[in-house]
Design a protein around this ligand. Structure first.
Ligand SMILES: [Zn+2]
Length: 128
């Protein structure tokens, strides 16, 4: 599992390179490890109409789901900032749709990261 998590962290860092963020210059890469052991990554994609911007976390999630994998174990998130960055509320809500016990790895570098539990970052998610 340690090797798989290292691979996941590297994937999030690599995915950041494809960020389309000409407005904020805030590059984010995310990589999801599914229950089947596959990794899906994504980067944030901005739009001149700012509210249409899509976060890296949701890009990675949509890639996994549309490939037939919707049970997530871990998500690693890397940015181009010096400090780790927490996912936004919208992404947390979106991710809980597919995994209530998701572990969230906030990556500073390959060797420096912190792991959080979904229930700590979003203790009460919206449910229908
Ligand atoms: Zn977000």
């Amino acid at each position: 599992m340690k090797n798989k998590l290292n691979e996941l962290i590297k994937s999030s860092i690599e995915a950041k390179k494809n960020s389309y963020s000409p407005y904020s210059k805030f590059k984010v890469g995310a990589a999801i490890l599914t229950e089947k052991g596959n990794i899906f990554s994504g980067a944030n994609v901005e739009c001149a109409s700012y509210s249409l911007t899509i976060c890296a976390e949701r890009v990675a999630a949509v890639k996994a789901i549309s490939s037939g994998e919707s049970i997530f174990k871990y998500i690693a998130i890397a940015t181009n900032k010096k400090q780790i960055a927490f996912p936004c509320g919208a992404c947390l809500q979106f991710l809980t749709e597919f995994s209530n016990d998701l572990k969230i790895i906030l990556v500073k570098s390959e060797k420096e990261y912190k792991i959080f539990e979904m229930k700590d970052l979003l203790p009460k998610n919206f449910v229908l």
